[in-house]
Ligand binder design. Sequence first.
Ligand SMILES: NC(=O)c1ccc[n+]([C@@H]2O[C@H](COP(=O)([O-])OP(=O)(O)OC[C@H]3O[C@@H](n4cnc5c(N)ncnc54)[C@H](OP(=O)(O)O)[C@@H]3O)[C@@H](O)[C@H]2O)c1
Length: 265
Amino acid sequence: MKTTVFLGGGRITGVLLAGLRLAGYKEPVVVHDRHPRKLRQLQREYGVIPEARLRSAVDQAHLLIVAVRPESVADLLKEIGELRRPVISVSLVAGVPLTSLRARLGSLVGWARAMPSPVCRSGRGLTALTFERALPQAARQEIRNFFGKVGPVVEIPESKFDAFTVTYSCSHGYHALATLAGAAKKLGLDRKSALTAAAHALADGIISWREGNIPLDRLLHEAATPGGIAATVMAAMNRSGYPSIIERGLRAGKARAAENAKKSD
Ligand SMILES: NC(=O)c1ccc[n+]([C@@H]2O[C@H](COP(=O)([O-])OP(=O)(O)OC[C@H]3O[C@@H](n4cnc5c(N)ncnc54)[C@H](OP(=O)(O)O)[C@@H]3O)[C@@H](O)[C@H]2O)c1
């Protein structure tokens, strides 16, 4: 049996465990966190092995998943120190580069970064992966297989990883849904109708693009008769700065990822 150890038993660990349970994952999973309450809850909900002692958790790891916030990662890795046996380690920590990670835990540890989505709870969350150059193929495949249990995986060069991270977050979907439904309420729709209309607007369009072979610009053209209502709405949104607002949001997220990298030094 190959034991997977999560360091950090917070939000992303919880949803990954939910997705793994849904997928019928049977390998042992140990979770270490400094909050005994979180460990008890994860044990109760997902049958994980709680381990309050960091060293004892790490010593059991075949696959070590670092799932603490960026400001905590340097201290955590320092506390672990150099490992004297081969371990495959995957950091979920946004923004923190492989070079910083590689400098910790010693040369027997192979590193990858993964950016899973909370949607992995339902088995449909995309995970972005990037591997350090020296990581053997077998280890890469194990990591792909692990995250593949909770949804599709995609490999992104590390230089593009932060740009991908800020773009693919499911928070965009929730944010767009809340914003569109909020605007519809101001036009007089009740909450339920506003959410129904907004959810169909966003989800149906995206599903239709993903499931068909029709290019996006053709679908846009088809959905917006020139001079019609949809075309008027899009033109007004674009005039009000919709594309640049989105770009500004993504740039702010990417800058935040760069700050995380600095904090981890
Ligand atoms: N949430 C997401 O959707 C998501 C998606 C992809 C990647 N990520 C990445 O995953 C990481 C975790 O995010 P999260 O949202 O799951 O954070 P979280 O809910 O705050 O969970 C992290 C947990 O780790 C604990 N912890 C921190 N340092 C520790 C230490 N030295 N020893 C033991 N426990 C420690 C934290 O305790 P304290 O609260 O006391 O610090 C907390 O319980 C982040 O780096 C984030 O970038 C998150």
